[in-house]
Design a protein. Structure first.
Lengths: 277, 108
């Protein structure tokens, strides 16, 4: 969860903090008797009901939980560049959260990698702190909306390195620079930055379901139009894990409600035939 | 509460860290950091459950930027466990409680 300010959730004309909104969802669910256990599932078995869910050792003989129905809402996560040392340098110059970490880069020169709306939002936000921002983008034009483009082009702190990709990180205990390459000319150079914010998109957290639930080429779960039904009976999916188009907090919440209704009706044994999509 | 999280300041930091007989985890956080707010209740629970083994303290980086800088904090939440007044382990980013407890196992 990396979005801090949510400006477009209905009912909050002045915006709301993401974590506060989530805390309210949680409190409300608990009030209605939900039991919440925060653990990481390591394996699922969707071959037959009741389905198995493992927490901890995925090789254990028996699953930790068995369920007649499952709602998958594992969301999506930021894509990283996948370069050597990347994980070691997170928190030491590499970041995926401008609102969290911008503060630590006062008067630094930093890079933002990406060309979409979220990259431009990060660059704009970071310009409050940084001395200079270099946007590194692999194409010659931005994918971001016109309004975001106008905003960043007007910002004197932000400059652009077009047709350029990051090849490697420089620095052992903290980031000291980036080795970059122009994809058109092949020319290599060094970018002298102490911070690198990566905003090159999201990927759904669906690794757990590979080979068991039908997915699109980009890894998002396929749901039957107008419902939250996946390719396996009684397994439903909601939120960003099945939505590569709208991706809003309110659409995720809406699809969560649909999944709850789908699961409840399934358990009640109501017919799937005529009225249900 | 007897074993709640200790609030540190730039002034009290040195003394608290050096005076602690148990290892002490310091959570570097700020009001504007979403993941910091997510992990705060988890740290409160750990403070209660591990009382006597591990102390838990919080330092607001807005109020004490120099301390954050001294320990090279460039991302929050960063949690540093101090033992005998020296940094012994460093964790970056919010994570589920079970994962955090695993990471802290050597102190518990």
């Amino acid at each position: 969860m990396l979005t801090t300010d949510v400006e477009n959730y209905p009912g909050f004309p002045d915006g709301v903090m993401g974590p506060e909104l989530m805390q309210s969802f949680r409190t409300q669910a608990l009030k209605f008797g939900a039991r919440i256990e925060a653990s990481r599932a390591s394996r699922v078995d969707l071959k037959e009901q009741p389905y198995g869910i493992w927490v901890g050792d995925p090789g254990a003989t028996n699953p930790t939980y068995r369920a007649e129905t499952i709602i998958v809402s594992t969301g999506a996560k930021s894509v990283m560049l996948g370069l050597d040392q990347e994980l070691d340098l997170i928190g030491h110059g590499i970041s995926t959260c401008a609102t969290c970490d911008g503060f630590f880069f006062k008067d630094h020169h930093i890079a933002v990698v990406g060309g979409g709306d979220s990259a431009m939002q990060e660059a704009s936000f970071l310009s409050r702190f940084a001395r200079k921002i270099t946007v590194v983008h692999r194409r010659a034009e931005l994918r971001a909306s016109k309004i975001m483009q106008a905003r960043v082009f007007a910002n004197e702190t932000i400059e652009f390195l077009w047709d350029t990709v990051v090849e490697s990180y420089i620095g052992l205990s903290s980031l000291e620079g980036l080795r970059v390459r122009n994809v058109k000319t092949g020319q290599k150079s060094t970018l002298d930055v102490t911070g690198c914010f990566i905003a090159i998109g999201h990927t759904p957290n669906t690794g757990l379901f590979k080979g068991q639930l039908e997915m699109k080429d980009n890894g998002y779960l396929v749901t039957r139009p107008g419902s939250t039904r996946t390719s396996v009976e009684a397994v439903f999916a909601c939120g960003d894990v099945q939505d590569d188009y709208y991706r809003q907090a309110v659409t995720a919440a809406g699809s969560g409600c649909m999944a709850a209704i789908d699961a409840e009706r399934y358990l009640e044994g109501s017919s799937w035939g005529t009225s249900h999509p | 509460m007897a074993h709640s999280t200790i609030k540190l300041s730039a002034e009290s930091f040195e003394e608290e860290i050096n005076a602690s007989t148990e290892p002490i985890l310091v959570d570097f956080w700020a009001e504007w950091c979403g993941p910091c707010k997510m992990i705060a209740p988890v740290l409160d629970e750990i403070a209660q459950e591990q009382a006597g083994k591990l102390k838990v303290a919080k330092l607001n980086v807005d109020e004490a930027p120099a301390v954050a800088q001294r320990f090279g904090v460039m991302s929050i939440p960063t949690m540093i466990v101090f033992r005998d007044g020296k940094p012994a382990k460093r964790l970056v980013g919010a994570k589920p409680k079970a994962a955090l407890v695993d990471d802290l196992a050597e102190f518990l």
